[in-house]
Design a protein around this ligand. Structure first.
Ligand code: PEP
Length: 249
């Protein structure tokens, strides 16, 4: 981990029931979490109210997506204003499942990020390459293009955390090696330095996501440019998620 405050997000995706979420929140509320770590969880929209009402203030809450602008006649969408109204401080944007399963493109994701930031939500901005892109030697190109789509439109970098999530590592149990992750994090930081500013490059947290669990988090957290994690599967288990939060070194 670098010098910025460690950041660990739990992306619950489309999982859970009222009962399982009651248990997860109770486990999180009683977990011992390092004080010097920002901790955020991202429940499915329909359980946001339940979670914000029952989780202690120690952990912040994030939406898993948001609409590109003000709410209105957009069936099935959730607006930034609604997320804020219900107590969210963050939103995850550009997750690989939204890019590759739902089909959201860079421009659409950029619009969402600009709108959310302008309205005062923090953005967890996800980038990452597919397996075939990595094998074709295009990892940096893909990540830089996705990064540029954010950089072109965001009003400021004060409220952005970048999540590097190689698609081949998400939900597959195939975690990137600490060296593979560190290499991309350094490249992302370098891109920010050249294309945004030295200050943004040094202060923006770059977190890793993709099959992080209680056993592999400590090695990853030792890497200088890994400033935290975005965790899917393992964030559904309170004690394991706490282990990941506490892996900061
Ligand atoms: C994610 O959804 O952002 C993620 C990293 O999932 P998992 O930890 O399950 O690979």
């Amino acid at each position: 981990a670098g010098s910025g405050k460690f950041f660990v997000g739990g992306n619950w995706k489309c999982n859970g029931t009222k009962d399982s979420i009651t248990k997860l929140v109770s486990d999180l509320n009683s977990a011992k979490l390092e004080t010097d770590v920002d901790v955020v969880v991202s429940p499915p929209f329909v359980y946001l109210d339940q979670v914000t009402a029952s989780l202690t203030g120690r952990i912040e809450v994030s939406g898993q997506n948001s609409w590109i602008g003000k709410g209105g006649a957009f069936t099935g969408e959730i607006s930034v204003e609604q997320l804020k109204d219900i107590g969210c401080k963050w939103v995850i944007l550009g997750h690989s499942e939204c890019r590759h399963i739902i089909g959201e493109d860079d421009q659409f994701i950029g619009k969402k990020a600009a709108y959310a930031l302008n309205e005062g939500l923090g953005v967890i901005a996800c980038i990452g390459e597919l397996l075939e892109e990595r094998e074709a030697g295009k990892t940096f190109d893909v990540c830089f293009q996705q990064l540029k789509a954010f950089a072109d439109v965001v009003p400021s970098w004060d409220n952005i955390v970048i999540a590097y999530e190689p698609v081949w590592a998400i939900g597959t149990g195939k975690v990137a090696t600490p060296q593979q992750a560190q290499e991309v994090h350094v490249a992302v930081r370098d891109w920010l330095k050249k294309n945004v500013s030295e200050e943004v490059a040094s202060k923006t947290r770059i977190i890793y996501g993709g099959s992080v669990n209680g056993s592999n988090c400590a090695e990853l957290a030792k890497q200088e440019d890994i400033d935290g994690f975005l965790v899917g599967g393992a964030s559904l288990k309170g004690p394991e998620f706490a282990t990941i939060v506490n892996s900061v070194t």
